[in-house]
Design a protein around this ligand. Structure first.
Ligand code: ATP
Ligand code: MG
Length: 563
């Protein structure tokens, strides 16, 4: 029984689902469950967002509720339709469909009216001080703040100034609409927080209709309330905002949405912030948002990650209120677990070394039967061409091999997968003394991979027929960052100096068995002994397919670290 199972073997509910289950049982909101996923369209979604998506959409599915997709587009200078489109594509790719699609910007008029309502109630005022003055009056966690000299402005004056703010009569920063709460509150967020700022900027949806924009705190909860969201789920950084979330809703007397927090996902050896990911895209350190090294959903997809693997990962890590780092290996293992079951096996040689089978008849070839998947009999078999000239992996040969090197070496015998036993008889070198070709003999009696005399070999190598193989480029990936936890890098250091300069290795002279020509970008494949790969549709040309390694078969990094 694992820690998250009950004695009946059922999965114990996580902290958020427990609240939802209790509310439903208590008949709160007539047992109705409404959630939402609320991205800001200022970048592409990353694997952290997948955690939030799986939680919000998952809860709606499990409790017979509904989940909306809402764009929190209140920050005109950073947002773009490109992001709006990609976010929808990514949510759908994960296999979820929203009940309603909303934009916070559709609520701008309503939010403006609610701001006027708060002014009329004496709960908001226009502050005309400079941002520096306002900051200086805020106080600290141990010291109360000081009231603004504008705090006692009349309702009429406030309404007039706010209308003029909207009408565009002032420059950015000249005035600020603030909630009038308590400059001595122990919750810093309640010390007269800003509600509206002046920003003369084009918005990707409302154009130049507005030059004042609501702050997050005066848009998010109100949007939740308008959509009658019952459980507004967000990450723990927003816990300090909760008193304000509740205050606005109470003062406006609107639908009582409630906020619940969970720990955000942080993964080792990568970055998880749209702002930082954008820096990489703009700085050219990566080849766009969908670079296979990026933790973005489109990057992971191009790398060969499946939605099943990502959803299994989100399931595995669970939902807690404890902020910690999740090891990248957990994500990789989720992919291995998914692909092991359904990826067919093929043979490909990444760094080819030619082997000539000197006792195989010249000009002849044959086809040998190979199993497509040891995990799935229904995947059947295929025929793989075999001939006198083959390629094996350079690292599968060693001239002065130690005893425990169970691969090919002069005088040693190995099995070629699905084919024959071969014995290396000669080594051909170039002028520089490098091994360029091997001569070998094969034993025709070992066809299929077993010797009738019961003789054993320790090594089994993958190979391709030189005459029949297709040429390909293969891209191997390593972690984006060299450090495990980027948040530990001091602020005065450029985090980009910790990028892994060896995160991409491009091999341009790979040889693959011919059946690999039939694979498309959506079909994962295991290259035997090398890992899981997928065709890169963006990079592939008519002349040459390009394959990305999605993940190695085992965790190579852990092994390297131990050395
Ligand atoms: P970023 O800093 O990467 O831009 P964000 O929190 O600003 O992230 P939003 O677009 O505002 O991004 O996020 C949409 C939703 O996804 C929010 O509810 C947010 O809490 C959630 N989310 C964002 N990052 C993570 C993460 N790493 N783990 C879990 N949930 C996340
Ligand atoms: Mg954000």
């Amino acid at each position: 029984m694992s820690a998250d199972e009950t004695s009946e073997g059922e999965k114990k509910l996580d902290v958020i689902r427990q609240v939802v289950a209790d509310d439903v049982a208590a008949g709160k909101h007539d047992g109705r469950v409404q959630t939402r996923f609320p991205p800001e369209p200022n970048g592409y979604l990353h694997i952290g967002h997948a955690k939030s998506i799986c939680l919000n959409f998952g809860i709606a599915e499990e409790f017979g509720g509904r989940c909306n997709l809402r764009f929190d587009d209140t920050n005109p200078t950073k947002e773009d339709v490109e992001y709006v489109d990609s976010i929808q594509e990514d949510v759908r790719w994960l296999g979820f469909e929203w009940d309603e699609l909303h934009f916070a910007s559709d609520y701008f008029e309503q939010l403006y009216e609610w701001a006027c309502q708060l002014i009329r109630q004496g709960d908001a005022y226009v502050d005309s001080q400079s941002p520096e003055e306002i900051r200086a009056q805020r106080g600290t966690s141990s010291q109360p703040g000081t009231n603004s000299p504008d705090r006692e402005r009349s309702v009429e004056e406030n309404l007039d100034l706010f209308a003029k703010m909207r009408a565009g009569e002032f420059a950015d920063g000249e005035h600020l609409l603030r909630a009038k709460i308590d400059m001595a509150s122990k919750h810093l967020i309640l010390r007269d927080p800003p509600m509206y700022r002046i920003r003369h900027a084009e918005h990707h949806r409302t154009g130049s209709d507005w030059c004042i924009y609501p702050m997050y705190d005066f848009a998010h909860g109100q949007s939740d309330s308008l959509e009658e969201v019952t459980h507004s789920i967000c990450t723990l950084e927003f816990e300090t905002h909760k008193p304000l979330y509740d205050w606005f809703i109470e003062k406006l007397g609107i639908f009582p949405s409630k906020q619940y927090e969970f720990a955000r996902l942080s993964l080792t050896y990568t970055v998880m912030s749209k702002r930082k990911l954008l820096e990489l895209v703009e700085g050219g350190q990566v080849d766009g948002w969908d670079d296979p090294r990026m933790p973005t959903l489109c990057g992971l997809r191009r790398r060969g990650y499946t939605r099943e693997a990502i959803r299994a990962f989100c399931d595995d890590i669970g939902i807690t209120r404890y902020n910690g780092m999740t090891d990248m290996v957990v994500l990789e293992n989720a992919l291995r677990g998914d692909l092991n079951k359904r990826a067919e096996r093929r043979m490909g040689v990444l760094r080819p070394l030619k082997v000539v089978i000197t006792n195989y008849p010249e000009g002849e070839s044959e086809e040998l039967e190979a199993v497509n998947s040891p995990e799935d009999e229904s995947a059947g078999t295929r025929m793989v061409p075999f001939g006198r000239e083959l390629f094996i992996e350079q690292e599968d040969f060693m001239e002065d091999a130690p005893k425990k090197f169970f691969r090919l070496a002069p005088g040693r015998e190995v099995r070629l997968r699905y084919a024959y036993f071969i014995t290396c008889t000669d080594v051909i070198k170039n002028d520089a003394g490098e091994v360029v070709e091997l001569l070998a003999t094969y034993d025709p009696a070992t066809k299929g991979g077993d010797a009738p005399d019961g003789r054993k070999v320790k090594g089994t190598l993958h190979w391709v027929s030189a005459e029949h193989a297709i040429n390909a480029e293969v891209r191997l990936y390593d972690h984006l960052c060299k450090v495990e936890d980027l948040s530990k890098i001091p602020d005065d250091e450029d985090w980009k100096s910790h990028l892994n300069e060896n995160s991409l290795e491009t091999l341009t002279d790979c040889r693959l068995e011919p059946s690999l020509a039939d694979f498309d970008a959506g079909t994962p494949v295991q290259f035997e002994r090398l890992g899981y790969f997928t065709l890169d549709a963006n990079a592939t040309t008519a002349e040459k397919p390009v394959f990305n390694r999605s993940v190695t078969l085992r965790d190579a990094w852990a092994k390297m670290q131990k050395r």
